[in-house]
Design a binder for this molecule. Structure first.
Ligand code: ZN
Ligand code: ZN
Length: 383
């Protein structure tokens, strides 16, 4: 069983001493019952026979008269010379889990109390710095967030700004389109059951319509898997016992060990077969209206026209749809001469005329937002 030398911290001057020391090497005060032993994680295993004997002798006893810790082997108190008797208490050994004896566990309670009277140990400063770092981080994040809010507010404000401008109508940009359809005989194909009533069937053939997946049976497929099997027991250090004399000893526990075994087994898998399904596909002729291009006219005057460059008899040729777009061209007055294009609804264009004066509003960047034509009320730009 491995034995280690622990350490203890002087309650008067906070100096750390080795387990073997009965007096503080820094201030000379005697180790008292209240001194807490601790074990550092990287403490080396003891090999020195004399120290091992000291460790195994047993826990310290406390002098009745002066409270000094005395070694188990000592018959007289090293502090006052008083003799050991049945009334002298012996410290009780104590066991904790692996790592639970580290100084960190001790630091939180006893050492911080001592720190109120002495200079704080180095280890106690670290959380102070990290707390300041967290505060600084939170402050920075808050500042960046406030910056974004301010920028957003500025953009919202700018978008609400508008300035009145005087304008003159300088033209109308128009475009009118007629979509045409012609009645023609076309060739089409369709599956059985989907051929339209007036179709004139020309030919038919059997063709692959789709494939069905059909389960035809099962088969066994071998596969490997792993299993954990108990293979025995092992002893391991599950804690450390403070001998209450400056030394510590490993405590051992036993546990089951396992090994990984690879095994094989059969898995049942369904087997499928692809079954092709054929259907009759018909090729037929049919008469129908189909798209036959567009007739578009456009200009920048106040005289929009629909194209008359076709003859719709509704037997061979017909109109399908009419679409029209209009934009008012306005010139800013007052020396700026900036040209604006303002899209308006088809029913509105005829209320304007060339050379007409208009008031309008432009935004922060000088783009036209709306026009105000007294008889029409205000028109807003479509964005
Ligand atoms: Zn001391
Ligand atoms: Zn004594």
């Amino acid at each position: 069983m491995a034995v280690y030398e622990g350490k203890w911290r002087c309650l008067r001057c906070a100096a750390v001493n080795r387990g073997r020391n009965l007096n503080c090497l820094s201030c000379g005060v005697k180790r008292s019952e209240d001194a807490q032993f601790f074990l550092e994680d990287d403490a080396p295993e003891l090999n020195d026979e004399q120290l091992l004997q000291q460790a195994r002798a047993g826990a310290d006893w406390i002098c009745l008269y002066c409270g000094t810790n005395c070694r188990a082997a000592e018959k007289q108190c090293s502090g006052c010379g008083g003799s050991r008797s049945a009334e002298n208490r012996q410290l009780a050994e104590e066991t904790r889990g692996v790592g639970d004896w580290t100084e960190a566990a001790q630091k939180a309670t006893r050492i911080q109390n001592a720190a109120q009277h002495h200079a704080p140990p180095n280890a106690a400063r670290k959380p102070f710095f990290s707390r300041r770092l967290i505060k600084f981080g939170l402050f920075s994040a808050g500042a960046v967030f406030a910056g974004f809010i301010a920028l957003f507010a500025a953009l919202v404000y700018i978008s609400t700004l508008s300035y009145a401008v005087e304008m003159e109508v300088s033209g109308l940009e128009w475009k009118r389109t007629i979509a045409l359809e012609e009645y023609k005989t076309v060739t089409e194909t369709a599956w059985e059951g989907e051929v339209p009533p007036k179709a004139r069937v020309q030919s038919s053939e059997d063709a692959l319509h789709h494939t069905d997946k059909i389960a035809t049976g099962t088969r066994e497929v071998p596969e490997t898997y792993t299993e954990q099997i108990a293979s025995g027991t092992e002893r391991y250090a599950c804690g450390q016992t403070s001998k209450k004399n400056g030394y510590f000893e490993d405590k051992y526990c036993t546990r089951t060990t396992y090994r990984t075994v690879t095994k094989t087994r059969n898995r049942t898998e369904t087997v499928y077969k692809d079954i092709p399904v054929y259907k009759t596909r018909y090729t037929y002729l049919i008469d129908k209206w189909i798209a036959a291009g567009e007739k578009t006219t456009s200009g920048t005057d106040f005289n929009p026209q629909w194209s008359s460059d076709f003859k719709a008899d509704n037997v061979h040729l017909r109109e399908a749809e009419r679409t029209e777009t209009y934009s008012l061209l306005c010139k800013e007055l007052g020396g700026n001469n900036k040209l604006h294009k303002f899209e308006i609804a088809p029913e509105k264009w005829s209320k304007f005329q060339n050379g007409q004066h208009l008031r309008g509003k432009v935004d922060f960047f000088g783009d036209l937002i709306s026009i105000d034509e007294t008889s029409n009320g205000e028109l807003k730009a479509e964005k």
